[in-house]
Design a protein around this ligand. Sequence first.
Ligand SMILES: Cc1cc2nc3c(=O)[nH]c(=O)nc-3n(C[C@H](O)[C@H](O)[C@H](O)COP(=O)(O)O)c2cc1C
Length: 171
Amino acid sequence: MKVEDAILKRRSVRSYKDKNISPDKLEKIMNAVRMAPSANNRQDWKFIVVKDEKKKNEVFEASKEQSQIKEAPVVIAGIATDSEKQMTCEVPGGIVDVTIALDHLSLIATEEGLGTCWIGAFYQDKVKKALEVPEEHKVVSMMTLGYPKKSMEKREKNRKELSEVVSYNVF
Ligand SMILES: Cc1cc2nc3c(=O)[nH]c(=O)nc-3n(C[C@H](O)[C@H](O)[C@H](O)COP(=O)(O)O)c2cc1C
């Protein structure tokens, strides 16, 4: 699949089939995550693949009980192990890095016939406790992963017009 096709096909998937992801497929996906770029190639990150039902339920409860977390066979938590370090541009590099890596995840998952949904609506302290993440780290975002119940392409992409979000040379 072309990258462009994966970008255009991807939708947030909030309903999943009761079907597991093979270990080979999961490894391929997590390897794409590992290959993401990072500021100064620091790779100050960790990705927790949550498959265990009990753990997944704790994450579900810590994320406003969003049903896609329960339905998906896998939830991945992206952790910045240094969320404070600022780049020269005064933006925390670790947060940007983990976000890029999770976007890699969403695109390769699409190529592999899988669906994802970003999960940002969660309580930091509760997810950290459930997944035993050290206090000094930051859970940047999570992502559900599984086989979509419905075809992704069918839903319209609701986006601002190009002219509204892109300008040339100045703001
Ligand atoms: C950082 C981030 C956090 C998000 N958090 C949630 C979430 O907690 N629950 C949810 O259902 N969708 C969440 N989304 C999905 C967005 O609602 C979705 O990407 C947006 O509506 C565009 O739809 P699309 O992904 O189908 O193109 C999140 C997306 C991003 C990028």
